[in-house]
Design a protein around this ligand. Structure first.
Ligand code: GTP
Ligand code: MG
Length: 361
């Protein structure tokens, strides 16, 4: 009995070993097959890489466009929209004339402009009707051809004290770099030592060259040197800071006129853009300042700052319409990326999205 069982046990063990070996061989073969499949898949995918990169680029672009639009109303107009919603709390297909009028007043659009925009509209207003009227308010502003810019392209930044000039210069320089353009800054606010320091810190942070002098020195000389340096170094963009000034400060204003003249000596037709920086929290009062500066040196465009902190977004309509100047950018914070390219269509659409149900009608 005992030997029988023993024998049987031995007989059973032999095929088990064979089975184990067979199993191991199978596993090795399966691994090989798997590796081959993976290798083939990788080769296939490598061939697809250029197409995938294209698809990825398109997706990124789409997301950026959406983000830009979303960014526009979620940040720039957050407070303005908050105010609008107190007047029109629920979205509708048609909105009463009086509600629209009240909403625009609350958003700090000038009453004269509101009357002009709404003249002849019916008692119940559709999105399409209102959109047409609001977009029209920006139409006097001349279009700027950004395709054939001179090199260097010189921008002179002007405005009253604390409007956000120096910070906006940093944002514009950052934007130039992102677009693959070289840029140089001119510390033309020689009035305050801290101003030169402030722009130098930004230049360091952004890793862009800066031309500066000592406090109290001639700011037009800084402007001249910055443009000359850009020409010598083949730099695309020049951005020149200036001291904050009120339209009533005669000496400072003569200085500004001199800076403009001297820029023209360094390069023909420079400065190519005189940009007025307006503090958005000032709403309509900023318009009077801009008018005075426009008479003094001629302004080519506006950048409205600090829209993140104000419910006065509606003033953008009056600013552009009254001054008949384009708004190029809006500032929505203190960081280098907090600058949004302004588009009347996007601005109006994001505002209407808040109060109308239907996108099309
Ligand atoms: N929230 C917010 N703050 C801003 C914006 N732009 C500028 N600031 C802040 O406003 C203050 C004044 O900005 P500056 O860039 O120094 O203004 P400036 O016009 O150069 O001032 P002066 O040189 O004194 O005339 C700073 O504290 C900035 O950080 C913006 O878009 N949003
Ligand atoms: Mg400054």
């Amino acid at each position: 009995m005992f030997s029988f069982f023993k024998k049987k046990k031995v007989e059973k063990e032999e095929p088990k070993e064979e089975l184990v070996v067979e199993q191991e061989v199978k596993e090795i073969v399966q691994e090989d097959i798997k590796e081959t499949i993976i290798e083939e898949a990788i080769v296939e995918k490598i061939e697809e890489v250029p197409q995938l990169i294209e698809v990825e680029k398109e997706i990124v672009k789409e997301v950026e466009t959406k983000e830009e639009k979303k960014g526009f109303f979620s940040r720039a107009l957050e407070k303005t929209f908050g105010t609008i919603k107190t007047v029109i709390p629920t979205k509708k297909e048609k909105i009463a004339f009086d509600d629209i009028e009240e909403m625009l007043i609350e958003a700090d659009m000038e009453y004269e402009i509101i009357e002009k925009a709404m003249d002849g509209l019916p008692e119940e207003i559709t999105r399409k009707q209102l959109r047409h009227r609001l977009v029209m308010l920006f139409e006097h502003a001349p279009k700027v051809d950004l395709d054939n810019l001179p090199k260097p392209f010189v921008r002179l930044i002007i405005g009253v004290n604390g409007a956000g000039k120096t910070t906006t210069i940093a944002k514009l320089a950052h934007r130039s770099k992102k677009e693959g353009k070289s840029v140089i800054l001119g510390a033309g606010d020689t009035f305050r030592a801290a101003a030169i320091e402030q722009l130098s810190i930004w230049a360091d942070k952004l890793d862009v060259p800066i031309i500066k002098t000592k406090q109290g020195h001639d700011s037009s000389a800084v402007a001249y040197d910055t443009i000359s340096s850009a020409i010598a170094r083949d730099i695309d963009n020049v951005i020149i800071d200036t001291a904050g000034r009120l339209q009533t400060q005669k000496n400072l204003n003569n200085e500004l006129i001199k800076i403009v003249k001297v820029c023209g000596k360094a390069q023909e037709n420079a400065p190519h853009q005189k940009l007025m920086i307006l503090d958005g929290t000032q709403g309509n009062t900023a318009i009077a300042q801009a008018k005075a500066f426009n008479e003094m040196v001629g302004i080519d465009g506006i950048i409205v700052t600090k829209l993140d902190g104000t419910a006065k977004g509606g003033a953008l309509f009056s600013i552009s319409n009254q001054l008949e100047l384009p708004i190029f950018f809006v500032g929505v914070g203190e960081q280098k990326d907090d600058l949004i390219e302004f588009s009347p269509d996007k601005f109006v659409d994001s505002l209407l999205d808040e109060i109308y149900i239907d996108e099309e009608n």
